[in-house]
Design a protein around this ligand. Sequence first.
Ligand code: ATP
Ligand code: ZN
Length: 284
Amino acid sequence: MKLKVAIQKSGRLSEKSLELLKECGIKVSNGDRKLKTAAQNFPMEILFLRDDDIPQYVEQGVADIGILGENEVLEKDKNVAIIERLGFGNCRLSLAIPKDDVYDSVSYFQGKKVATSYPKILSKFFLEKKIDAAIEEIGGSVEIATSIGLADGIFDIVSTGSTLLMNGLKEIETVLTSEAVMISNKNLTKDKSEILDKLLFRIKAFKNGARNKYIVLNAPNESLEKICTLVPGMRTPTILPLADSGWSSIHSVIEEDDFWNVIDALKSYGAEGILVIPIEKMIV
Ligand code: ATP
Ligand code: ZN
């Protein structure tokens, strides 16, 4: 029994998807760029597909799970479950208009025409905002649609905005922020669910590891209590006495998000010799 995983064959998400499997200890060789390959040390088969096809294949059970952009999942709107957010492939789907146009609110689009490769997501947005606009579906090169007179505005993926600028456009509304997600067929057999649980367990350990840092520092004993509340760790921090009486070494785990704030506070309590070490995997 093997879990069939669909990932993007070649594109922005391919490398990161393979890297994620590798971080989960799963060995995949795709040297010869086949359509499918089996993992060497995990009950898994990997299918390499166009991202557009992945939701449909997962819905039908041709693949059991898939990795792709949330934007694509929402646009295809198939009967699949989003089971994990993966933290890469971040982008946003935005509305853009010619840069010299005045924009006050979304009512700008009333009666206008917008070109996009994401008609479903856009029509849902316009429906929510009660805007009656025409949607022109096109396959690619959306950013040139206004300059060639095809539409009044566009709705497309934006990452830095420089492509928009080059085409004389400005971003005026973000409709969706997206990242790569894992989707699953809704009727997996018990055997496959068990393999999937193992995979998700590993992904979580990897994500926790990436989000946290191991921290080691020396602290004067009088500020131990304050410092321990700053770096509470997984259960509690480890405190070891230093040869120099009056000082201790503290070992703990902190989150990347509030990292610099914690470091600043630690210094103000007299902490010294602070080491911050990456964590490869973290099982809580
Ligand atoms: P395929 O040949 O598989 O259909 P594609 O051309 O549709 O590929 P890519 O351009 O490789 O797709 O993008 C895949 C996904 O990467 C997007 O759907 C989106 O979720 C994400 N992504 C992240 N940043 C960007 C970006 N700057 N431009 C486009 N997509 C991005
Ligand atoms: Zn695609």
